[in-house]
Design a protein around this ligand. Sequence first.
Ligand code: ADP
Length: 331
Amino acid sequence: MEKVVSGIRPTGNLHLGNYFGAVKSFVKMQDDYDCMFFIADWHSLTTQPKPEDIRRSVKTILAEYLACGIDPEKAVIYIQSDVRETLELYLYLNMNAYLGELGRVTTFKEKARQQPNNVNAGLFTYPTLMAADVLQHRAVKVPVGKDQQQNMEMMRKCARRFNNIYNVEYFPEPQDFTYAAQAVKIPGLDGSGKMGKSDGNCIYLCDDDATITNKVKKALTVSTPTEPNSEKPECIQNLFTFLDICSSPEVKAFFEEQWNNCAIRFGDLKKQLAEDLCRIIGPIRERIQQFSSDDALLERIARDGAERARASAAQTLREVREIVGFSPTQR
Ligand code: ADP
Protein backbone atom coordinates (compact mmCIF):
# COMPACT_ATOMS: atom_id res chain seq x y z
CA MET A 1 0.00 0.00 0.00
CA GLU A 2 1.21 3.54 -0.79
CA LYS A 3 2.58 5.49 2.14
CA VAL A 4 1.11 8.79 3.28
CA VAL A 5 2.64 11.13 5.88
CA SER A 6 1.59 14.48 7.29
CA GLY A 7 1.67 16.43 10.54
CA ILE A 8 0.52 19.52 12.37
CA ARG A 9 2.41 21.72 14.83
CA PRO A 10 1.23 21.70 18.44
CA THR A 11 0.92 25.45 18.82
CA GLY A 12 -2.62 25.52 20.22
CA ASN A 13 -5.90 23.95 19.22
CA LEU A 14 -6.86 22.74 15.76
CA HIS A 15 -8.82 25.28 13.74
CA LEU A 16 -11.03 24.99 10.69
CA GLY A 17 -8.06 25.64 8.38
CA ASN A 18 -6.24 22.64 9.82
CA TYR A 19 -9.42 20.56 9.70
CA PHE A 20 -10.55 21.23 6.12
CA GLY A 21 -7.02 21.75 4.77
CA ALA A 22 -5.48 18.63 6.25
CA VAL A 23 -7.18 16.51 8.94
CA LYS A 24 -10.31 15.77 6.93
CA SER A 25 -8.08 14.31 4.22
CA PHE A 26 -6.18 12.30 6.87
CA VAL A 27 -9.44 10.68 7.97
CA LYS A 28 -10.51 9.83 4.45
CA MET A 29 -7.09 8.50 3.45
CA GLN A 30 -6.62 6.13 6.36
CA ASP A 31 -8.84 3.51 4.72
CA ASP A 32 -6.94 3.43 1.46
CA TYR A 33 -3.31 4.13 2.33
CA ASP A 34 -0.61 3.18 4.79
CA CYS A 35 -0.90 6.40 6.80
CA MET A 36 1.30 8.08 9.41
CA PHE A 37 0.11 11.26 11.05
CA PHE A 38 2.37 13.04 13.49
CA ILE A 39 2.38 15.97 15.86
CA ALA A 40 5.19 18.29 14.75
CA ASP A 41 6.58 19.35 18.12
CA TRP A 42 10.12 19.97 16.80
CA HIS A 43 8.67 22.33 14.22
CA SER A 44 6.95 24.31 16.98
CA LEU A 45 10.33 25.18 18.57
CA THR A 46 10.96 27.90 15.99
CA THR A 47 8.98 30.27 18.22
CA GLN A 48 10.60 29.14 21.50
CA PRO A 49 7.42 28.00 23.28
CA LYS A 50 7.39 27.21 27.01
CA PRO A 51 7.88 23.49 27.83
CA GLU A 52 4.53 23.29 29.64
CA ASP A 53 2.79 24.78 26.59
CA ILE A 54 4.33 22.18 24.27
CA ARG A 55 3.32 19.36 26.64
CA ARG A 56 -0.25 20.60 26.84
CA SER A 57 -0.56 21.27 23.10
CA VAL A 58 0.82 17.87 22.11
CA LYS A 59 -1.84 16.21 24.24
CA THR A 60 -4.49 18.54 22.83
CA ILE A 61 -3.66 17.76 19.21
CA LEU A 62 -3.54 14.05 19.91
CA ALA A 63 -7.05 14.18 21.44
CA GLU A 64 -8.22 16.35 18.54
CA TYR A 65 -6.82 13.99 15.91
CA LEU A 66 -8.80 11.17 17.52
CA ALA A 67 -11.91 13.33 17.89
CA CYS A 68 -11.80 14.15 14.16
CA GLY A 69 -11.85 10.43 13.39
CA ILE A 70 -8.23 9.38 12.91
CA ASP A 71 -8.28 5.77 14.00
CA PRO A 72 -5.08 4.37 15.58
CA GLU A 73 -6.12 0.93 14.36
CA LYS A 74 -5.88 2.19 10.78
CA ALA A 75 -3.21 4.92 10.88
CA VAL A 76 -0.03 5.38 12.87
CA ILE A 77 -0.28 8.47 15.09
CA TYR A 78 3.02 9.61 16.57
CA ILE A 79 4.86 12.52 18.11
CA GLN A 80 7.66 13.85 15.91
CA SER A 81 10.27 14.09 18.69
CA ASP A 82 9.83 10.36 19.47
CA VAL A 83 11.54 9.46 16.19
CA ARG A 84 15.14 10.67 16.40
CA GLU A 85 16.03 9.11 13.05
CA THR A 86 14.35 12.17 11.54
CA LEU A 87 17.18 14.36 12.79
CA GLU A 88 19.83 12.33 11.04
CA LEU A 89 18.02 12.54 7.72
CA TYR A 90 17.45 16.26 8.36
CA LEU A 91 21.24 16.63 8.60
CA TYR A 92 21.87 14.80 5.32
CA LEU A 93 19.22 16.85 3.55
CA ASN A 94 20.60 20.10 4.95
CA MET A 95 24.01 19.26 3.46
CA ASN A 96 22.39 19.38 0.02
CA ALA A 97 20.07 22.37 0.51
CA TYR A 98 21.19 25.80 -0.64
CA LEU A 99 20.92 29.10 1.19
CA GLY A 100 19.38 30.84 -1.80
CA GLU A 101 16.48 28.45 -2.25
CA LEU A 102 15.73 28.22 1.49
CA GLY A 103 15.74 32.01 1.74
CA ARG A 104 13.21 32.29 -1.10
CA VAL A 105 10.56 30.18 0.66
CA THR A 106 7.55 32.44 1.26
CA THR A 107 6.70 30.99 4.67
CA PHE A 108 10.27 31.74 5.80
CA LYS A 109 10.04 35.30 4.57
CA GLU A 110 6.65 35.72 6.29
CA LYS A 111 7.93 34.32 9.60
CA ALA A 112 11.07 36.43 9.40
CA ARG A 113 8.78 39.46 9.11
CA GLN A 114 6.58 38.29 11.99
CA GLN A 115 9.47 37.58 14.38
CA PRO A 116 12.34 39.87 13.27
CA ASN A 117 14.23 39.33 16.53
CA ASN A 118 14.22 35.57 16.20
CA VAL A 119 15.06 34.63 12.60
CA ASN A 120 16.67 31.36 13.63
CA ALA A 121 18.26 28.54 11.64
CA GLY A 122 15.33 26.25 12.49
CA LEU A 123 13.01 28.64 10.72
CA PHE A 124 15.36 28.75 7.75
CA THR A 125 15.61 24.96 7.48
CA TYR A 126 11.92 24.33 8.18
CA PRO A 127 11.43 22.83 4.69
CA THR A 128 14.29 20.32 5.10
CA LEU A 129 12.90 19.11 8.45
CA MET A 130 9.53 18.77 6.77
CA ALA A 131 11.20 16.83 3.96
CA ALA A 132 12.90 14.53 6.49
CA ASP A 133 9.54 13.89 8.20
CA VAL A 134 8.09 12.57 4.98
CA LEU A 135 11.09 11.06 3.19
CA GLN A 136 12.09 8.97 6.22
CA HIS A 137 8.98 6.88 5.53
CA ARG A 138 9.46 7.10 1.74
CA ALA A 139 5.92 8.41 1.51
CA VAL A 140 4.43 9.26 -1.87
CA LYS A 141 1.52 11.46 -0.80
CA VAL A 142 1.26 14.30 1.70
CA PRO A 143 -2.19 15.66 2.61
CA VAL A 144 -1.67 19.40 3.24
CA GLY A 145 -3.47 22.68 2.63
CA LYS A 146 -2.75 25.00 -0.27
CA ASP A 147 -0.39 27.13 1.85
CA GLN A 148 2.15 24.29 1.91
CA GLN A 149 2.68 23.96 -1.84
CA GLN A 150 6.05 25.71 -1.85
CA ASN A 151 7.34 23.55 1.02
CA MET A 152 6.20 20.52 -0.96
CA GLU A 153 8.16 21.73 -3.97
CA MET A 154 11.23 21.99 -1.74
CA MET A 155 10.60 18.47 -0.46
CA ARG A 156 10.56 17.09 -3.98
CA LYS A 157 13.76 18.99 -4.71
CA CYS A 158 15.41 17.38 -1.64
CA ALA A 159 14.37 13.91 -2.82
CA ARG A 160 15.46 14.53 -6.40
CA ARG A 161 18.80 16.02 -5.39
CA PHE A 162 19.63 13.16 -3.03
CA ASN A 163 18.84 10.66 -5.78
CA ASN A 164 20.98 12.61 -8.28
CA ILE A 165 23.97 13.13 -5.99
CA TYR A 166 24.15 9.45 -5.05
CA ASN A 167 22.95 8.20 -8.42
CA VAL A 168 20.11 6.15 -6.92
CA GLU A 169 16.35 5.94 -7.35
CA TYR A 170 15.79 5.84 -3.63
CA PHE A 171 13.37 8.56 -2.52
CA PRO A 172 10.03 8.98 -4.29
CA GLU A 173 9.02 12.59 -5.01
CA PRO A 174 6.01 13.06 -2.69
CA GLN A 175 2.93 14.78 -4.07
CA ASP A 176 0.70 17.13 -2.10
CA PHE A 177 -2.74 15.70 -1.96
CA THR A 178 -6.28 16.44 -0.95
CA TYR A 179 -9.51 14.55 -1.23
CA ALA A 180 -11.33 17.71 -2.29
CA ALA A 181 -11.44 18.59 -5.99
CA GLN A 182 -8.57 21.02 -5.46
CA ALA A 183 -6.21 22.15 -2.72
CA VAL A 184 -8.11 23.87 0.07
CA LYS A 185 -7.36 27.29 1.52
CA ILE A 186 -9.63 28.29 4.38
CA PRO A 187 -9.81 32.07 4.57
CA GLY A 188 -10.02 34.17 7.69
CA LEU A 189 -13.38 35.70 8.63
CA ASP A 190 -11.64 39.02 9.14
CA GLY A 191 -11.36 39.42 5.38
CA SER A 192 -7.73 38.27 5.39
CA GLY A 193 -6.29 35.66 3.07
CA LYS A 194 -5.85 32.70 5.39
CA MET A 195 -7.18 31.34 8.65
CA GLY A 196 -4.13 30.81 10.86
CA LYS A 197 -3.21 30.79 14.52
CA SER A 198 -0.71 33.60 14.18
CA ASP A 199 -3.34 35.71 12.39
CA GLY A 200 -5.71 35.48 15.38
CA ASN A 201 -8.71 34.86 13.11
CA CYS A 202 -9.49 31.21 13.82
CA ILE A 203 -12.59 29.22 14.56
CA TYR A 204 -11.39 26.29 16.66
CA LEU A 205 -12.76 22.77 16.81
CA CYS A 206 -13.11 23.22 20.58
CA ASP A 207 -15.16 26.46 20.30
CA ASP A 208 -18.67 26.26 21.77
CA ASP A 209 -21.75 27.24 19.76
CA ALA A 210 -21.97 30.73 21.23
CA THR A 211 -18.32 31.45 20.40
CA ILE A 212 -18.69 30.13 16.84
CA THR A 213 -21.85 32.18 16.28
CA ASN A 214 -20.18 35.28 17.66
CA LYS A 215 -17.10 34.88 15.46
CA VAL A 216 -19.24 34.41 12.36
CA LYS A 217 -21.37 37.42 13.29
CA LYS A 218 -18.27 39.58 13.41
CA ALA A 219 -17.09 38.51 9.93
CA LEU A 220 -16.23 41.45 7.74
CA THR A 221 -18.82 42.31 5.04
CA VAL A 222 -19.57 45.19 2.67
CA SER A 223 -22.82 46.94 1.90
CA THR A 224 -25.31 45.13 -0.35
CA PRO A 225 -24.31 45.57 -4.01
CA THR A 226 -26.33 47.87 -6.19
CA GLU A 227 -25.25 46.40 -9.54
CA PRO A 228 -26.57 42.91 -10.42
CA ASN A 229 -23.92 40.18 -10.78
CA SER A 230 -21.19 42.31 -9.18
CA GLU A 231 -17.79 40.86 -8.57
CA LYS A 232 -17.39 39.81 -4.93
CA PRO A 233 -14.80 41.60 -2.84
CA GLU A 234 -12.39 39.30 -0.96
CA CYS A 235 -14.26 39.32 2.36
CA ILE A 236 -17.50 38.27 0.64
CA GLN A 237 -15.76 35.67 -1.49
CA ASN A 238 -14.40 34.30 1.79
CA LEU A 239 -17.91 33.87 3.20
CA PHE A 240 -18.93 32.02 0.04
CA THR A 241 -15.88 29.77 0.35
CA PHE A 242 -17.17 28.83 3.79
CA LEU A 243 -20.66 28.14 2.42
CA ASP A 244 -19.09 25.99 -0.25
CA ILE A 245 -17.26 23.88 2.30
CA CYS A 246 -19.73 23.82 5.19
CA SER A 247 -23.24 24.23 3.79
CA SER A 248 -25.42 22.40 1.28
CA PRO A 249 -25.22 23.25 -2.45
CA GLU A 250 -28.82 24.57 -2.24
CA VAL A 251 -27.88 27.00 0.52
CA LYS A 252 -24.90 28.25 -1.43
CA ALA A 253 -26.95 28.60 -4.63
CA PHE A 254 -29.62 30.54 -2.74
CA PHE A 255 -27.17 33.11 -1.40
CA GLU A 256 -25.39 33.34 -4.78
CA GLU A 257 -28.69 34.23 -6.36
CA GLN A 258 -29.43 36.78 -3.63
CA TRP A 259 -26.01 38.35 -4.19
CA ASN A 260 -26.49 38.48 -7.93
CA ASN A 261 -29.94 40.09 -7.49
CA CYS A 262 -28.63 42.67 -4.99
CA ALA A 263 -31.00 41.22 -2.39
CA ILE A 264 -28.48 39.58 -0.10
CA ARG A 265 -28.92 39.93 3.68
CA PHE A 266 -25.62 39.16 5.31
CA GLY A 267 -27.32 38.65 8.69
CA ASP A 268 -29.24 35.69 7.20
CA LEU A 269 -26.14 34.32 5.52
CA LYS A 270 -24.15 34.48 8.74
CA LYS A 271 -26.98 32.87 10.75
CA GLN A 272 -27.11 29.97 8.29
CA LEU A 273 -23.32 29.63 8.20
CA ALA A 274 -23.05 29.67 12.00
CA GLU A 275 -25.71 26.93 12.23
CA ASP A 276 -23.91 24.78 9.68
CA LEU A 277 -20.56 25.25 11.43
CA CYS A 278 -22.05 24.38 14.84
CA ARG A 279 -23.52 21.22 13.31
CA ILE A 280 -20.08 20.17 12.04
CA ILE A 281 -18.05 21.23 15.07
CA GLY A 282 -20.48 20.19 17.87
CA PRO A 283 -19.91 16.40 17.73
CA ILE A 284 -16.13 16.86 17.27
CA ARG A 285 -16.01 19.14 20.33
CA GLU A 286 -17.80 16.54 22.43
CA ARG A 287 -15.35 13.85 21.40
CA ILE A 288 -12.39 16.18 22.12
CA GLN A 289 -13.64 16.47 25.70
CA GLN A 290 -13.92 12.70 26.03
CA PHE A 291 -10.48 11.93 24.61
CA SER A 292 -8.74 14.75 26.49
CA SER A 293 -9.69 13.25 29.81
CA ASP A 294 -8.34 9.79 28.98
CA ASP A 295 -4.60 10.21 29.65
CA ALA A 296 -3.95 6.46 29.72
CA LEU A 297 -5.42 6.01 26.24
CA LEU A 298 -3.49 8.98 24.80
CA GLU A 299 -0.27 7.66 26.25
CA ARG A 300 -0.86 4.17 24.90
CA ILE A 301 -1.58 5.51 21.41
CA ALA A 302 1.53 7.75 21.43
CA ARG A 303 3.76 4.90 22.63
CA ASP A 304 2.46 2.45 20.07
CA GLY A 305 2.72 5.08 17.30
CA ALA A 306 6.30 5.93 18.26
CA GLU A 307 7.33 2.29 18.02
CA ARG A 308 5.80 1.82 14.59
CA ALA A 309 7.11 5.13 13.20
CA ARG A 310 10.60 4.43 14.55
CA ALA A 311 10.68 1.01 12.89
CA SER A 312 9.73 2.57 9.54
CA ALA A 313 12.28 5.40 9.83
CA ALA A 314 15.08 3.15 11.09
CA GLN A 315 14.77 0.94 8.02
CA THR A 316 15.15 3.98 5.74
CA LEU A 317 18.08 5.38 7.71
CA ARG A 318 19.95 2.07 7.53
CA GLU A 319 19.67 2.22 3.76
CA VAL A 320 20.46 5.94 3.58
CA ARG A 321 23.68 5.49 5.60
CA GLU A 322 24.76 2.82 3.19
CA ILE A 323 24.01 5.09 0.21
CA VAL A 324 25.81 8.07 1.77
CA GLY A 325 28.91 5.94 2.32
CA PHE A 326 29.00 5.22 6.02
CA SER A 327 30.30 1.80 6.81
CA PRO A 328 28.41 -0.78 8.89
CA THR A 329 30.79 -0.35 11.87
CA GLN A 330 29.38 3.10 12.35
CA ARG A 331 25.82 1.80 12.73
P1 ADP B 1 -1.16 26.76 11.53
O1 ADP B 1 -1.18 27.51 10.23
O2 ADP B 1 -2.45 26.81 12.27
O3 ADP B 1 0.02 27.10 12.40
P2 ADP B 1 0.25 24.50 10.52
O4 ADP B 1 1.15 25.48 9.84
O5 ADP B 1 0.83 23.59 11.56
O6 ADP B 1 -1.00 25.24 11.15
O7 ADP B 1 -0.42 23.66 9.39
C1 ADP B 1 -0.97 22.39 9.61
C2 ADP B 1 -1.76 21.93 8.42
O8 ADP B 1 -2.96 22.69 8.32
C3 ADP B 1 -1.03 22.11 7.08
O9 ADP B 1 -1.33 20.99 6.27
C4 ADP B 1 -1.65 23.33 6.50
O10 ADP B 1 -1.64 23.32 5.08
C5 ADP B 1 -3.07 23.25 7.03
N1 ADP B 1 -3.65 24.59 7.14
C6 ADP B 1 -3.39 25.51 8.09
N2 ADP B 1 -4.12 26.63 7.88
C7 ADP B 1 -4.86 26.39 6.74
C8 ADP B 1 -5.83 27.15 6.00
N3 ADP B 1 -6.19 28.36 6.38
N4 ADP B 1 -6.38 26.58 4.90
C9 ADP B 1 -6.03 25.33 4.52
N5 ADP B 1 -5.14 24.56 5.16
C10 ADP B 1 -4.55 25.08 6.27
